[in-house]
Design a protein around this ligand. Structure first.
Ligand SMILES: *[C@@H]1O[C@H](CO)[C@@H](O)[C@H](O)[C@H]1NC(C)=O
Ligand SMILES: *[C@@H]1O[C@H](CO)[C@@H](O)[C@H](O)[C@H]1NC(C)=O
Length: 475
């Protein structure tokens, strides 16, 4: 707190009232006596206040908590408080991007898998898959005219491009050893051109490819098969370089939440927390992939958010689910926290503990060869036993990489097995709306979620955040 303002808060402002002026010439008057008492009282108050100000100047600690001032509730103030804590963690982001050799190695691995699957080529529109295999950004805007990346079973890289776009597309970032460009003119069918130029009999389409591409290829006589689980897992299983990036951005994201926890104050709005978090990511150059869900109290009963403008009151949790991107790889971390001077009821703390135990149960099942649905069920069991089964409304988690949500999905229907090198979120939650609150013996709704992305290793799960939460005060 700024010292000048603290003084103002401590001193009973202004000059003494005129009535308090001592009048020595009327000793017998009652009025003069009262005036004198007031004057002395005022002097005592001034001396005490002066002593307090001096003590505070020496100790740099506020003697009284004079309440939170408005300018302490702004995003700028939250950002600057959090930055003092966060700055020393910026080096977590000093991780190199994916190098050229790795792209070439990915193309070779894909070619091996295509040969094993008896498929001539893998075809994708600009998407996480083109970013993964050839560094072609998924932000390229799709149009009705197909622009397709083609990697064949001999690891030959080609692309199909509308003739009038060829120049622009040649200027995109792409990584390949050798490229072949297949151009189609406006008076031709792109699919017939592709079939004729390549002679492909059977191709595998990336899962994000639009149906019109599949239909067009089929019509041109090329058999189309969907992306196989084996080929999905090439991208789901992370390399050392990817793991280093994911660790960097996710550990930094957790430190950012921890720095906010130290600085959030009662009376702040959800939007204040969101904008200062955005600014904090921006300070270290990773603000462009920013997204956030920040929910106070009963707003968190909806996992993806409620109303705007809510301010934080005592007795409410703060749910922060936040992330950004480093070299296109995402972070996704959730903590349910309390500012150090705030408290919630023992029942709510118990719910936090239940979610933590559910997260532990999931975490301890994150071993290679464990079935995704079994991991999900393990965390659900804990919540069911505590009596909140129906309020754990979503799956346990999802893969994380170039996409914020990708394979494998940890839900009750997925029989895939976890593999060494996969990174999956572990994010159980309990959500009770105010309308449902009476059913669990409460008046007001709430939501609690904890989330860490976990790397699957031969020694079990490793949190990419560096550490799991210990309590709402030690997230
Ligand atoms: C991949 O593309 C990005 C820009 O989209 C570029 O900065 C980076 O250098 C490229 N990587 C390689 C290995 O070419
Ligand atoms: C997973 O299962 C496969 C095949 O069943 C086996 O070869 C592999 O050793 C197992 N991996 C681990 C880490 O248990």
């Amino acid at each position: 707190m700024d010292r000048e303002m603290e003084k103002e808060a401590l001193l009973p402002g202004g000059n003494p009232p005129p009535a308090a002026s001592p009048s020595r010439r009327a000793p017998g008057s009652v009025r003069a006596t009262i005036s004198r008492i007031f004057w002395w009282l005022f002097c005592v108050v001034r001396i005490v206040a002066l002593v307090l100000v001096v003590v505070q100047a020496i100790t740099h600690k506020p003697i009284f908590n004079a309440g939170t001032r408005r300018d302490e509730l702004t995003a700028a103030s939250l950002e600057s408080c959090a930055w003092d804590v966060l700055e020393s963690h910026a080096s977590l982001l000093s991780v190199p991007p994916i190098g050229r050799d790795e792209y070439i190695a990915r193309q070779a691995r894909l070619a091996d898998a295509l040969r094993a699957a008896g498929v001539d080529a893998f075809i994708a529109e600009p998407s996480a898959s083109t970013a993964y295999y050839a560094n072609i950004s998924y932000t390229f805007e799709l149009s009705e005219r197909p622009f397709l990346m083609i990697l064949d079973k001999d690891a030959q890289f080609s692309y199909l491009v509308p003739k009038f776009e060829a120049g622009r597309i040649a200027g995109l970032d792409m990584v390949y050893e050798d490229k072949k460009v297949i151009v189609w003119a406006e008076e031709e069918s792109p699919y017939e051109v592709l079939a004729k130029e390549t002679g492909f009999g059977k191709v595998m389409l990336d899962e994000h490819t639009r149906f019109m591409i599949a239909a067009g290829l089929q019509k041109a006589g090329v058999e189309v098969v969907p992306m196989s689980e084996t080929i999905q897992s090439l991208r789901a299983v992370k390399t050392e370089a990817e793991i280093a990036i994911l660790k960097g951005i996710n550990a930094f994201t957790l430190e950012l939440i921890r720095s906010l926890q130290k600085c959030i104050k009662l009376g702040m709005t959800q939007e204040t927390v969101v904008s200062s978090a955005h600014a904090l990511f921006g300070r270290v150059g990773v603000g462009s992939g920013f997204w956030a869900i920040v929910l106070f109290g009963d707003q968190a009963a909806y996992p993806h958010g409620g109303k705007h403008g809510k301010t934080l009151s005592d007795g409410e949790f703060v749910l922060i689910d936040i992330g950004s991107k480093l070299h296109d790889y995402g972070s996704d971390v959730t903590r349910t926290i309390l500012p150090s001077d705030a408290v919630v009821s023992d029942e709510l703390l118990g719910i936090w503990q239940t979610v933590h135990a559910a997260q532990s149960a999931g975490f301890h099942r994150m071993w290679p060869n464990e079935t995704c649905s079994v991991v999900d069920a393990g965390s659900r069991e804990v919540v069911k036993k505590a009596g909140y089964g129906p309020y754990y409304t979503h799956r346990l988690g999802h893969g994380l990489g170039l996409e914020m949500h990708e394979h494998p999905y940890l839900n009750g229907a997925n029989n895939e097995k976890l593999k060494v090198g996969e990174v999956v979120t572990n994010e159980p939650g309990i959500y009770v709306t105010t309308e449902q609150a009476a059913d669990v013996g409460r008046k007001v709704g709430f939501g609690v979620r904890l989330e860490d992305p976990i790397l699957v290793t031969e020694q079990g799960g490793v949190p990419m955040t560096g550490r799991r939460a210990k309590s709402p005060y030690d997230p």
